[in-house]
Design a protein around this ligand. Structure first.
Ligand code: UT7
Length: 333
């Protein structure tokens, strides 16, 4: 699925926000929990720490402060929001959606609310659909959120996955664009034939939670890391090139690259493919680990707060996750 604005963006990001819990789990903490080392985690992933919730914390509790920060920056009131799209695979309940809890928390009584499940690419999917809703005239103010409480589905005995993930939320308010600033192009892709490489099978209709014979491990993340790695490098590079092409933006004109913070080596490979120098590659994986769909809005929110995204900045966002799903966007601020 592709969107090309031909220089006339339909929508722009008017505000961004993020939230990560205070509690920190370091590589040294993990050395005491599983057979791993700070050296292995740092060299193979780039991760040093991750922020994690207290058990029982709901995704909507992370999404709400992130959304409020985005709304503050955008200067919108809860009643102004027409639509709330929440990307998550670790929502509060199986149903209703996390978006409805967020709607209630914010008092966004005029908003239609729903979740999108597209794993780590989910946030860029919500951004694309927000743009489409505005483009079609169906909505004027869309709140998009990426949120994960990944610690709710981690197997703390599996060293190949438990060292990777953290909890966080990021949000943006998307409104109509009046000039050449906004979402210039986006691209979404899916390949459902590779679902076995990264998933959490338990709790759905295939392996219902009430079936006590299903092992607890089936309610946690399963990943064939090195195979996912190869697909991620290829697809993220390809997706970024496709979105740049659609936007008519040259690689040299990229001001900042936001690549899904899954692994420092994947981020670096994507930057190399795009010939983007390191100083233009935003990284916070060392602090938060892989926060799945929260990773891009968390990175963008932090970069904005640090003054790295300014008026006219051209940013490229690219993500890849379970499904497989992948997505990219080119945005002029
Ligand atoms: O967010 C969605 C998309 N996700 C991704 O893009 C993640 C992609 N994959 C990756 O980032 C990497 O594949 C991992 C970080 C998950 C793993 O790194 P790797 O370099 O691919 O390692 P590997 O899985 O090939 O394992 C290499 C070795 C194995 O030992 P042997 O068989 O060589 O003796 C593993 O058992 O590293 C071992 N290992 C560990 N050792 C210490 C795996 N996990 C750990 C660990 N500590 N935590």
């Amino acid at each position: 699925m592709k969107m090309k604005s031909n220089g006339k963006p339909a929508s722009r990001i008017a505000g961004m926000g993020w939230f990560a819990p205070d509690k920190i789990l370091t590589n040294t903490d993990l050395e005491r929990m599983v057979d791993t080392s700070d050296e292995w985690i740092t060299t193979r992933t780039g991760i040093k720490r991750r922020h994690i919730v207290e058990p029982g914390t709901r995704a909507s509790e992370l999404a709400t402060p992130a959304a409020r920060s985005a709304m503050d920056e955008a200067g919108v009131n809860p009643e102004d929001i027409d639509m709330i799209l929440v990307a998550t695979v670790t929502g509060d309940y199986k149903f209703p959606s996390t978006a409805i809890f967020l709607q209630a928390n914010l008092g966004a009584k005029n908003a239609v609310a729903m979740d999108i499940s597209a794993a780590c690419a989910g946030y860029l999917y919500t951004l694309h659909f927000a743009d489409m809703m505005i483009r079609s005239g169906q909505a004027k103010t869309v709140l998009v959120v990426g949120v994960e409480v990944l610690t709710s589905m981690i197997n703390w005995k599996d060293r190949s996955t438990c060292v990777l993930f953290g909890d966080a939320a990021g949000a943006a308010v998307v409104v109509p664009s009046a000039d050449n600033r906004g979402i210039l192009a986006s691209y979404l892709g899916t390949d459902g034939s590779l679902a076995d490489l990264l998933n959490c099978p338990g709790g759905g209709s295939a392996y219902p939670a009430m079936n006590r014979e299903i092992p607890m491990e089936d309610f946690t993340i399963h990943m064939k890391g090195n195979e996912v790695f190869k697909h991620a490098v290829k697809k993220m590079g390809d997706a970024a090139v496709i979105a740049l092409d659609l936007a008519g933006i040259e690689k040299n004109d990229i001001d900042l690259l936001f690549a899904h913070q899954a692994n420092m080596r994947i981020i670096d490979a994507t930057a190399k493919r795009l010939k983007v120098p390191q100083k233009k590659v935003f990284k916070n994986i060392q602090e938060y680990g892989n926060t799945s769909t929260a990773s891009i809005p968390l990175a963008m929110g932090e970069a904005r707060q640090k003054g790295l995204i300014t008026d006219d900045s051209v940013v490229v966002c690219v993500a890849f996750g379970g499904g497989f799903t992948w997505a990219s966007s080119v945005i002029r601020f």
